[in-house]
Design a protein around this ligand. Structure first.
Ligand SMILES: Nc1ncnc2c1ncn2[C@@H]1O[C@H](COP(=O)(O)OP(=O)(O)OP(=O)(O)O)[C@@H](O)[C@H]1O
Ligand SMILES: [Mg+2]
Length: 243
């Protein structure tokens, strides 16, 4: 069976530290997978490897059976893969619409010259994540963490993805912002987007996923339904302090 995304025996060493230790998992098309684990477990590293922002020490990454682990990041984005960052990374001197424009920009200079800006699409994307006209010209320094996370989402949606890797999308948000973010993710899920969601906020994560993987020290500890994973002894020991 062809998987939307598959990592096989993925290893990432940082010097002597094994951040990713023989990880193998698959994500089906339209599936929503939750990735959980304590600080330093290696969740963000997996995203960076899938995007090609870090190069794996060994192992393979495929998208619909096609090996992508040798491709530069922009070619992986062209294949419909995108990510958000745990710490939002907006361009500080650009406003909301301009930040979204960067996501809409194709990556080669040649295409950039050939392609006209698309202000309507920028506004549509901004509104799709809940920004109103009052927000369009705001700069990142004027935005709350909730708005910065919405901007991350809009910027990645601008690349027209089919699989989104969402890193700690709920961190730092108010209860109302969490509900809004969950609603946005749910819309994408219902539209058939393939999702991998990293979150420490398990309560918010649970209703958004079909399946969960718990990891620790760069390796998978438990895999299955959310309930099964949470019932695992090792996972319980990590999250609940059980012996
Ligand atoms: N660029 C890097 N250079 C060296 N070590 C790194 C680098 N990036 C991550 N690490 C280490 O790799 C391990 C995994 O880090 P990673 O950021 O992937 O964890 P995480 O599960 O995302 O943690 P958190 O929940 O805190 O975000 C950690 O021990 C971290 O210190
Ligand atoms: Mg992380």
């Amino acid at each position: 069976m062809s998987h939307h995304l598959e990592v096989k025996n993925l290893v990432k060493m940082f010097g002597g530290l094994i951040a990713t230790n023989e990880m193998s998992f698959q994500v089906a098309e339209g599936e929503s997978l939750g990735l959980i684990g304590p600080n330093g477990a290696g969740k963000t590293t997996i995203f960076s490897l899938i995007m090609g922002e870090l190069r794996q020490t060994s192992g393979s990454i495929t998208c619909f059976d096609s090996e992508i682990s040798h491709l530069p990041t922009h070619e992986r984005i062209q294949r419909g893969i995108c990510r958000t960052y745990q710490v939002p990374r907006p361009f500080a001197d650009m406003n909301v619409l301009e930040n979204i424009r960067v996501g809409l920009m194709p990556d080669s200079i040649w295409q950039m010259i050939m392609r006209r800006p698309d202000p309507e699409r920028e506004i549509e994307l901004a509104q799709s994540v809940g920004f109103t006209e009052n927000d369009f010209l705001r700069h990142p320094s004027e935005l709350s963490i909730g708005d910065l996370r919405k901007l991350e989402l809009a910027r990645t949606l601008a690349t027209d993805p089919s699989v989104m890797l969402l890193d700690e999308v709920f961190a730092g948000l108010t209860v109302a912002e969490i509900a809004q973010m969950a609603e946005l993710i749910n819309q994408k899920r219902e539209a058939g987007m393939t999702l991998v969601i990293v979150s420490h906020d398990l309560k918010s994560l649970e209703p958004l996923i079909d399946r969960a993987i718990a990891m620790n020290y760069g390796a998978i500890v438990a895999e299955g339904s959310f309930a099964d994973v949470m019932a695992d002894d090792q996972v319980r020991a990590t999250y609940l302090g059980d012996e």
